[in-house]
Each structure stands twice: as structure tokens, then as C-alpha cells.
Design a protein. Structure first.
Length: 140
């Protein structure tokens, strides 16, 4: 598996974005866990590997997909029709471990997860304060 990912060693981590503030609740297990969904996009040449992740106590990978960058740029391509890969937890354990190490080598780890969660809380607080000020301004 490491040989499979070795081709992406000279890559550019281009994006850690698309934060979606939603509780990450598994349909089978409803608990008090909380996570922020985000994507990691790594490009090499005309190929892009996209990880759908969730920042929680650590980084949880949900899916991994590889696409041709030119396909993504083409406006006629239905992005929803592109194969996004299987659920990550259905992959062989060695694949999961190799992908996890691949991300950790690029700084996508517990520290990144902590940063995303902390930033999300700070942003939520700032949005709340802004909202209170707008309400106060409207009422007065």
C-alpha cells in the first residue's frame, strides 16, 4: 500500500477547506460526539486526491477519491456523478493505516483536528456576538 501512495510524495497539499459545522452522528450510534467536516485536496500533476474528513478527537477519514484535475475544471462535468470511493471504514485495515500515515506526513493529524475545532468554536462565538450587536442595533 505504501508503494501505491508513494507516487503522491512530491505533491502539493492545496486545500484544507469546506468546513461544515454539523454534529457528526453515526446513524447506528447517537452520542454526544461532535465533529467538523472538511476536505483535504492533494494534487500531483493533473491528478487530485481528495479526502473527505471529519475533525473530532482526531482526524476521521470518511472517503478518498482520485480525479483528473482537467475533469474537475470542465464545467460540463457533473461532479456528483464522479465516483467518490467506498466508505473509508470498509477498506482493508492496511489501506486505512497507509492513508492515515499519508495524511499525517502532511500535517493532517490530531493537531490539525484540534485547530479546526478550536477555530470553529471561536468563529461561532464571534458570529454570536455579531448577531447580538445587530439585534441590539435593530431594537434600539
Amino acid at each position: 500500500m505504501d508503494d501505491f501512495l508513494a507516487g503522491f510524495n512530491d505533491d502539493n497539499t492545496t486545500d484544507v477547506a469546506s468546513y461544515e459545522e454539523e454534529p457528526d452522528v453515526d446513524e447506528e450510534e447517537e452520542d454526544d460526539s461532535y465533529g467538523i467536516d472538511f476536505k483535504v485536496s492533494i494534487t500531483k500533476g493533473d491528478q487530485e486526491m481528495v479526502f473527505d474528513c471529519c475533525a473530532a478527537m482526531n482526524v476521521i477519514v470518511k472517503r478518498v477519491a482520485v480525479h483528473n484535475v482537467n475533469t474537475l475544471v470542465d464545467s460540463s462535468t457533473d461532479l456528483g456523478a464522479l465516483y467518490r470511493g467506498p466508505d473509508f471504514d470498509r477498506l482493508d485495515d492496511s489501506f486505512q493505516l497507509a492513508f492515515s500515515h499519508f495524511l499525517e506526513e502532511r500535517g493532517i493529524d490530531e493537531d490539525m483536528s484540534f485547530f479546526i475545532l478550536s477555530y470553529s468554536q471561536q468563529k461561532e462565538q464571534q458570529d454570536y456576538v455579531d448577531w447580538l450587536q445587530k439585534i441590539g442595533g435593530f431594537v434600539n
